[in-house]
Design a protein around this ligand. Sequence first.
Ligand code: ATR
Length: 272
Amino acid sequence: MRYVVIGNPVAHSRSPQIHSAFAAQFGLADFQYERLLLPVDGFTEGLCRFVADGGGGCNVTLPFKEEAWRCCDRLSERARAAQAVNTIRVEPNGKLYGDNTDGAGLVADLLRHVSLAGKRILLLGAGGAARGVILPLAAEKPAEIVIANRTAAKAQELAQAFSGQAGVPLSGMDFDAVSGAFDVVVNATSASIGGNALPLPAGVFAPGALAYDMYYSADETAFLQQARESGAAIRLDGLGMLVGQAAEAFFLWTGFRPEVAPVLAELRTSLQ
Ligand code: ATR
């Protein structure tokens, strides 16, 4: 069966390496996974062609996650909440089932290091990446989730949109308004891509805090450097989230739950 990761650009994607390693864990010789570059205005057409050619499913990356959400026939609850789809399974009748495994990937990676129950979580950013992880984080029953964003209105809107479903206190504000110390601080802004630190008030990292940057790179990201200098004890980049979301997608397609740790270790080595 043929699977692809669709994006633009997509040449940098690590997903083929990850999924090949997963398939090898189960000896799935007929599992093929490739990159598929589509024109920015050609996602739906390219996806239809892939399905017509017998494709089994795909991952979707920037800038197509929202368009993928619009064109699926059926959505998981978490994809509906995220308003974005990163995994599509082609059903036997050719219909498209859309899921979003990003939040599950993040939470699985966090839980490998700390428990989230009763913790104060600070979520930085209020774009698509933040939206997709709010409910999966809330499901772990933290004491509260504070969303902070450069544009405060977007953080407030997001908090309001999810406050009915989250089951934990949610609030949105700008960076200046954040007060108190947090056990877990997750960077879902794209600031690290540009190498920018964030204007966080002093003292946001509680003693022993975990800092998580959804972005990853071979070098320490700007946010993780800031977290280290501010005393965050545990600092993780988004490579574990990447492998975690892939593991969820692989399970959706094949019914097999792969081991994440060895694949993450291999990927980390190949990043250096
Ligand atoms: P994504 O889908 O990756 O979340 P996005 O929807 O464009 O991308 O959102 C990017 C997020 O990063 C936003 O929260 C943005 O803040 P604004 O809402 O104020 O634009 C945040 N962001 C990007 N660059 C930033 C920077 N240099 N400093 C602070 N926040 C930044």
